[in-house]
Structure formats: C-alpha cells, structure tokens
Design a protein around this ligand. Sequence first.
Ligand SMILES: NC(=O)c1ccc[n+]([C@@H]2O[C@H](COP(=O)([O-])OP(=O)(O)OC[C@H]3O[C@@H](n4cnc5c(N)ncnc54)[C@H](O)[C@@H]3O)[C@@H](O)[C@H]2O)c1
Length: 392
Amino acid sequence: MIGLRERFGRPLRLGLIGGGPDAWIGRMHRGAAEMDGWWRPVAGVFSSDAARSRSSGAAMGFDPRRSYGDVDEMLRQERLRPDGIDAVAIMTPNDTHYRFAVAALDAGLDVVGDKPVTHDFREACDLVARTRRGGRIYAVAHGYSAYPMTRYARRLVRDGVLGPVRLVQVEYIQSGMATRVEEGPRNNRFRWILDPQRSGLALVMSAIGCHAQHLASFASGLGVARVVADVGALVPGRKVVDYVSALLEFDGGARGTFTVTQAAAGGENDIRLRIYGDKGMLDWWHREPSYLRLALQGEAARIIGRSDAFLPPEIIAAGRSPRGHPEGLREAFANIYAEVAQDRMARNLGEPVPELLYPRIEDGAHTMAFIEACVASHATRAWVDVAGLPAQ
Ligand SMILES: NC(=O)c1ccc[n+]([C@@H]2O[C@H](COP(=O)([O-])OP(=O)(O)OC[C@H]3O[C@@H](n4cnc5c(N)ncnc54)[C@H](O)[C@@H]3O)[C@@H](O)[C@H]2O)c1
C-alpha cells in the first residue's frame, strides 16, 4: 500500500447524504473521511427539505453548487462533472438507508453506509447482490471494530492465543432513553427514532445492538448461529424496544451472552466485550478503548496499550498518536474510511488488495438476520436459527 495514494493521483471524492449542522453522527463521518487525506467530502444532501439542504451545505463550507436538494439531483449532477464523486456516505434516518444505497450503487458509486444497513434481511441481501454485481464497495460504519485494540483482540483469537473460543460476552449499555423521552419535546432526531416505522425492527438493535453483535462476531471470528432472546422495554409502558438480552450460540458451538439497552439510568455509553477461550480471556471496553486486558490461565494479567512496541505494525498503524494520548471513535471511523479508499484505489489501479478489515455489507446482512432472529425468538419464546446469506 506504500505510495498508493500518490499512484492513484488524488484523494477520493465523497458525497454526503445526511449529516446536516445539527446531526449527531454526520460530523464524525466528515472528520473521519478527511483525517488521513484519503477522501475529500465535496458534495452533499443534508436534509430532506431541499432548501434547507442547500443552505446547510453552504453554511458548512461546501460549494453551494454541490449542496444539492435531494439525492437524485446529486447523483445526476455529479455524474456530469469531470470531478464527480466516487462514493457516497449515508448517515440519514434508518428508513432511508436502503433506497439511498440502491440509488448510489446503481449509479456506479461505492458506499460507506451507516447502520442498520436496511429495514430487514431481505433488503440487506439485495444490497449484497447489487454490490457484488456492480463490483462496488459497501462498507458499514461499525466503528467499535475498527479500534486498534479490538483489532488486536481479533488477531489474538485468530492466532490461537486464547485457545478455542468457549464464551463471548458482549454488552452495550446506554442511558439516553432511561427517562420518558417520548413525553418530552421532540427534536428532529427523536421524531424519527421514536417512530418504529422509521427507526427499524427493534429500536435498540438498530441503534446499538447491531454494533454489539458485529463487534462480538468480528473479534471472535464467529457468526451467530442461533439465539433465544428477550426483546422489550425497561421503561414501563414504552412502545419502542429499549432492551434486548439474548443467549447466543455461535458457529462452531461457542456460547454467548448479549445485553443491550438504551434505558439504563447512569449507563451513559458503554460497550464491553469479553472473549474466553480454553487458555484465557480478553477484555475490552469503550471507556478505555486504547487498552486491552489479556489474562491467560495461571499467568499475571497484562494490560496491552495501543502503540506498544511489540504489537504488529498494522495494529500500531491503526492508531495515530503514542500510547497515553486519547484517541476515539473518530479515529476508528477514519480507519474504515482509509481502508475503503485503499481498496478502491488498489482495485482501480489493478493492484493486489491486501486483507482489509473494514465492515462490509455481508456483515450488515448477517446483523439484520440476527435482529430478525431475536425478534422471532421473543415471539415464539424459543431458540431461532439466524438465516444465512443466500448463495450468490
Ligand atoms: N455508526 C455509529 O456509531 C452511529 C452513531 C449514531 C448514529 N448512527 C446512525 O446514523 C444515522 C443518523 O443518525 P443521527 O443520530 O446522526 O441522526 P440525526 O437525526 O442527528 O441526523 C440525521 C441527518 O440526516 C438528515 N436527513 C434526514 N432525512 C434526509 C434526507 N432524506 N436526505 C438527506 N438528509 C436527510 C437530517 O437533516 C440530519 O442532518 C442513523 O442511521 C443512525 O443509526 C450511527
């Protein structure tokens, strides 16, 4: 990959979909895309209201001529430009992801899409098929699996340091819905989040459960085969799902526990992963994301820090500053953007593409199957198999 950007000759050009001035995650995407110079966000659609979209783009420093009124207009106009966009990043409310992704893929563009990738597994399989058919790239913004230390966790598991995986415990606890937010004033975010038609099959799964499952599968290297789940609300009388707990069985038979909620008072934002093999365990949590605890049976436990000199070069390279200097979600997102760019540039140059760990649409589809299985399990009170991707 050395010199790849120079051989390609320019940064890739990104069109944003969503991420207006008041949005939460848009800022993260924009900053991450630009962080290492692989991308330039040059165009966008920033609101469902055409006039607001145009004025928001200009207010955020985009060329007013490339601050479009809607997605179709952006795709149409950008195609006419010699310096048109190479890809889109989708960070709009959940119910819009599928149609914007279809439009972008059909226009021959790559996609960095936010989660959940679609409303259901069927739509996700369709995106897998379109991505493959068009030879496109479709990355999913699962930032937690792009931290140096979660990547090192995966590496340790793959290298057999823990021995065969026996148990995976993952939890993602938040407190944003611990109070009756549905009775308070509705800002734009809460308007779509509290509408189950717009936020997805089970709100907490679309919001954070997808990250937890993806992280568990990424680091353990194991897909989820079967679940039995409790899907509901911790806040009495609440109509949307703010809590899911599940027992998991992974491919190959490892067991798992999974708990996610947005209604744990005081919980703030806390994702934690523990993986136990027959030789030892590792423990990562988001409050201290630059550190990983490795405890092998019978040995003193070790705290491994991002950029420790003995780490593999690709793990050190996934950080940008020496140990002790905080890095966070934006840097993790930047790792995804960097790898997507490397993939695209290498493919276009006809160069070999090394193993790149960014989350893909196939992962997003597995997550949708997992969410559907959890919902079905709750309805039947039984173990439910997680559907596999159809052969394509
Ligand atoms: N990957 C992560 O860690 C992470 C974190 C938070 C949110 N998200 C996801 O990102 C998405 C956005 O979440 P958010 O919390 O930033 O929401 P938000 O409501 O704060 O922002 C949504 C933005 O999309 C714009 N928008 C709405 N409809 C649009 C349309 N039709 N065309 C163009 N722009 C439109 C809005 O104007 C706003 O700027 C959701 O899918 C959410 O699940 C991901």
